[in-house]
Design a protein around this ligand. Structure first.
Ligand code: NDP
Ligand code: 2IT
Length: 449
């Protein structure tokens, strides 16, 4: 390991002792950029590592709201404005009880590199709250979103910071936040949020974009190794926005999706998942995945929460973790490899632990890294912003074609960078090297700011 690298990592560990996810994400990136540091010895004097790992700004705020019983609840809101190097801060909002500063910082850090890979002019940010949307009425969701935006509005803007959805935040929440923003600002600033519904400025294909983009990326990766989705069995964790549309596109490419999950457990349906039923349960009823058995009595439901999800025990050719961070442990990775998995496609952000990723790579398994493979969502958000600026819209087919082209470019850039720096086939390193070089170049060009 490079001495400069070691020093910066140890400073970050000392300064952020209670932030394991943030430290994990930083180490994952920095652990792969050694060849760049050796080539560019000037990076040390320019403090490139120190500057790229420190967020430009972290905002935390109180979010008070009143529930349906008339009780006052106080949640904590966050926005990490990580980097405006190549565009306005851009990244989703997550509403989940596990949200804390470490998770916000890891997601914001990943986002800078992801957004750089898209080739579009977007900086990196992330935000959210420890609010738990599960079991809340529609009115409670609206009241929470309005209170959240009553503080957040002063920090964002279509040329400043553009939030979108993530776990627990979809078109419904974006709509309530957009309405409140518009009311406070007394201006129709269409591009201030993305993931909007189509009726008031959303982009066609944004909902599908992350999942579809993941499949385009994995398809390119398989193709580069003389393989394809055709006839492959696939397990997809989660059953939210990313998982559902990854399943749809994997099926369209001839794969058989046999397992999906939620935070309570997983279903295994060897005849192939009935995706219409999953959409009905998750998108319409906002219910639990065990409901799948009401129609498919012969499917198997295994209830289990926490680490070592049973979904990774199932024998499949391709595994697509699309739920949350660190959901694929070393144990899970060992089961997948023992069962003959050939490729992992990360739809979620940092879904594999570092040990799991290392194990996959050591065993010659293809890994499509999150910051490249799930970049289709934010790329399509940038396409939504450009449509809002033009006051125009593209058809579904036009957006999907742009998304597909972007994902192919991202894969090629990961492949070329992996080859250039002597780690051909390692797309985890390839993605980091491609994004890091671009950001370092922009940082040097803009001076010490
Ligand atoms: P959703 O809220 O739509 O769905 C999340 C899914 O993951 C649900 O099935 C949920 O189960 C499950 N899940 C969430 N947290 C946990 C947990 N702690 N343990 C087990 N299961 C969990 O979110 P998205 O589909 O939008 O996001 C999924 C992942 O993809 C996240 O990592 C997100 O950061 C990433 N991502 C999202 C993008 C987007 O455009 N939406 C873009 C790029 C990445 P349950 O219903 O039980 O909560
Ligand atoms: O993690 C992500 O890239 C997202 N949640 C999407 C961000 C966005 O701005 O569309």
């Amino acid at each position: 390991m490079n001495e400069y690298l070691n020093r910066v990592i140890s400073q970050i560990e000392t300064k952020n002792p209670n932030e394991p996810e943030y430290i994990q994400a930083v180490k994952e990136v920095l652990g792969t950029v050694k060849p760049l540091l050796e080539k560019h010895t000037e990076y040390e004097k320019l403090a490139i590592l120190e500057r790229i790992t420190e967020p430009e700004r972290i905002i935390t705020f109180r979010v008070p709201w009143v529930n349906d019983k008339g009780e006052i609840i106080v949640n904590r809101g966050y926005r990490v404005q990580y980097s405006s190097l190549i565009g306005p801060y851009k990244g989703g909002l997550r509403f989940h009880p596990s949200v804390n500063q470490s998770i916000m910082k890891f997601l914001g850090f990943e986002q800078i590199f992801k957004n750089a890979l898209t080739g579009l002019p977007i900086g990196g940010g992330k935000g959210g709250s420890d609010f738990d949307p599960k079991g809340k009425s529609d009115t409670e969701i609206m009241h929470f979103c309005q209170s959240f935006m009553t503080e957040l509005y002063r920090h964002i803007g279509q040329d400043v910071d553009v939030p979108a959805g993530d776990i627990g935040v979809g078109a419904r929440e974006v709509g309530y936040m957009f309405g409140q923003y518009k009311r406070i600002r007394n201006a129709y600033e269409g591009g201030v949020l993305t993931g909007k519904a189509i009726s008031y400025g959303g982009s066609l294909a944004r909902k599908e974009a992350t999942g579809y983009g993941l499949i385009f990326y994995v398809r390119e990766m398989l193709k580069a190794h003389q393989n394809s989705f055709e006839g492959k069995t696939v397990a997809i964790s989660g059953s939210g926005n990313v998982a559902i549309y990854a399943a749809e596109k994997a099926m369209a490419h001839g794969a058989k999706v046999v397992a999906m999950s939620d935070s309570n457990g997983c279903i295994y349906d060897p005849k192939g998942i009935d995706l219409d039923l999953i959409k009905q349960i998750k998108e319409v009823e906002r219910g639990r995945i065990c409901e799948y058995l009401r129609k498919h009595y012969d499917a198997v439901y295994t209830e289990k929460t926490g680490a070592d999800s049973p979904i990774w025990e199932i024998k499949v050719d391709i595994a697509l973790p699309c739920a949350t961070q660190n959901e694929v442990s070393l144990n899970s990775a060992k089961s997948l490899v023992a069962n003959g998995v050939i490729a992992i496609g990360e739809g979620a952000n940092m879904p594999c632990t570092q040990e799991a990723t290392d194990f996959f790579l050591e065993n010659g398994i293809l890994v499509a890294p999150a910051k490249a493979a799930n970049a289709g969502g934010v790329a399509t958000s940038a396409i939504e912003m450009s449509q809002n600026s033009m006051r125009y819209y593209y058809t579904f087919e036009e957006v999907e074609a742009k998304l597909e082209r972007i994902m192919i470019n991202i894969f090629n850039s990961c492949k070329e960078n992996a080859e250039k720096y002597g780690c051909a086939g390692n797309y985890v390193a390839g993605a980091n090297l491609a994004a890091f070089s671009k950001l370092a170049e922009a940082m040097i060009a803009q001076g010490v700011v």
